[in-house]
Design a protein around this ligand. Structure first.
Ligand SMILES: C[S@@+](CC[C@H](N)C(=O)[O-])C[C@H]1O[C@@H](n2cnc3c(N)ncnc32)[C@H](O)[C@@H]1O
Length: 256
């Protein structure tokens, strides 16, 4: 298992109670796009506590909730039971090495996770491989600024907060990479995920010393960063802010 697997095994119970993951604009967008069709076999990659898998389950005969972290799947099983979702299976699957045959799925979803993947190009080519022609790929992920200075600040704080963060892509980068992987994009949406500084560092189990450093980074953030991520003080010892989120619906149409 890679270090992301270890990190998310440790923090699984925190993610299972995260409102930012259990609801939010990106989940509504992805669910609305999923509802445009009916699917035989869907796969939710990096499902975490399963919220995306459960949201699209009603449009699938079977949905597989998959993740690299076993304890995330334990949390997802509990939530599936609470919600009486009975057409879901749980499997360990690495996003960059998907253990499914070619053209065996007609829906793949992935939300709020690719910024942890070590090889996004490989992830996209694996999604393309396992989808049948005409298969639908629904992607949402936190993105970063098109301004390199703002993006560098964003990258620094994300890695300090959780060293398994790899890269937040820009919206234009996602459009290019998804198209280059052989998909035709039919819908895109830009939204955001709102949170507070304290809930952000607690969810990831960031050590206390690193929290202090991060707090200073937020307090000293330059104007471009403050306006791009909506950073505002909240009381004495907190900030509210958001990360931008890019969502896209695409269809497998060609060989990359
Ligand atoms: C923020 S959580 C996902 C949230 C979830 N998709 C949702 O919609 O609420 C990120 C997940 O990515 C998983 N992950 C990270 N790297 C992975 C990989 N290479 N393959 C599969 N899952 C991975 C982690 O274990 C974690 O459960």
């Amino acid at each position: 298992m890679n270090s992301a697997g270890e990190q998310f095994n440790r923090q699984a119970a925190r993610y299972a109670v995260s409102e930012a993951h259990a609801s939010g604009a990106s989940l509504r967008i992805l669910t609305a796009w999923a509802s445009l069709e009916r699917y035989t076999m869907g796969l939710d990659i990096a499902t975490g506590p399963g919220f995306t898998a459960f949201a699209v389950a009603e449009f699938c005969d079977t949905i597989v909730a998959s993740d690299i972290a076993r304890r995330m799947l334990d949390q997802a099983r509990i939530i599936a039971g609470e919600r009486s979702v009975d057409n879901v299976r749980f499997e360990i699957v690495d996003a960059c090495d998907i253990s499914y045959p070619d053209a065996s799925l007609d829906l793949v979803t992935c939300r709020t996770a690719p910024h942890h993947f070590t090889d996004v190009g490989r992830f996209l080519s694996e999604v393309h491989r396992v989808l049948s022609p005409g298969g639908v790929f629904l992607l949402c992920d936190t993105t970063t600024s098109e301004d390199p200075e703002v993006a560098a600040w964003h990258h620094r704080v994300e890695v300090e907060r959780d060293p398994t963060h790899v890269t937040a892509q820009t919206p234009s980068g996602w459009r290019r990479d998804v198209t280059d992987a052989g998909f035709e994009i039919s819908h895109t949406a830009n939204t955001r995920v709102d949170m507070t500084f304290q809930e952000w560092v607690e969810r990831s189990g960031t050590p206390a010393a690193a929290q202090v450093g991060l707090y200073r980074e937020f307090a000293a953030a330059f104007r471009g960063v403050r306006s791009e991520f909506g950073i505002r003080r909240l009381g004495e010892d907190d900030f509210e802010f958001y990360w931008p989120v890019f969502c896209c619906r695409s269809v497998k149409t060609q060989c990359p």
